[in-house]
Write a protein that binds this ligand. Sequence first.
Ligand SMILES: [Zn+2]
Length: 310
Amino acid sequence: MTGAWRLFVPGRRHLSRVGARAGGLPSPPGPCPFCPGNEREADRVVAVRAGSGFRVRSFRNRFPLVSGASSPPPPSAHSVPAGGHHEVIVESDLHDVDLVDLEPAAMAAVFLMYRDRAAFIASREGVAAVNLFRNRGKRAGSSQPHPHAQVLGSVVPGPAQQLRAAQTESLGRALLTNALEQAGPRLLRERDQLVALTPYAPTHNYETWITLRDPKTTFADESDETVTRFAIFAQEILRAVVAASRRDYNLVFRLPVQTLARDPRAFWYLEVAPRGGSGAGFELSSGMSVVTTMPEVAAEEIRAALTSPT
Ligand SMILES: [Zn+2]
């Protein structure tokens, strides 16, 4: 009916049985698979970044959304093996922290690991799109409370990624320039080419975008120095968004699809999506989001949280 692809992953059925009516952190049974010492042989740590008092590890996902070799489908295909790569980035050895609690060096190490694993996955054969995201809290789809993010490369881009690719090809960076120029009362903070704002037409209440004035085409292209500055800035903004929205949230890196990954018209940005619960029949029937906190109001509250002492 829509031409959009669906991803079938029966191996994750046990992870989706419990609906998230209430927010907050999940409490799954058994030992935490991400605490040091609980790694299984099959998990295969593929990368580690460590410094004084912190360590960031990337694992193969035990229940991957996509796995194995595959090629992008021919245009007429109706189905294709769900090939690709899916890793979990465990952001700290500590179980009871969130990104907002990390020391600056640890925060930078997390974002450098995000960048490096996104670059690695983008380089894998057959990968058409890279997804880099973080779920925090049950309403954001989190099944483990230990702080972690996920990065995967799939052979088929999702409809949102295809739509953005089409917009980027026709309008390019004018999309980003306009969003920044018109931010006005929705501007949250700006420093050294780093910018945070609430978008004109958000999907979620308190939705926030964090970007650079002139980002590289994709996150994997950014230098150590830029990623480090960006990580510290993103942490300040995230802390304020969480304080103002009091909600579970997703972090989503909006990355260009691989066909645009070398195209100077394309660009990346980071989205914070607070999650207050899924929509109802109206959202399903119309495909529209209902936003009850105007982005100008959200911006005021987030700015207040930025400036107030914690
Ligand atoms: Zn843990």
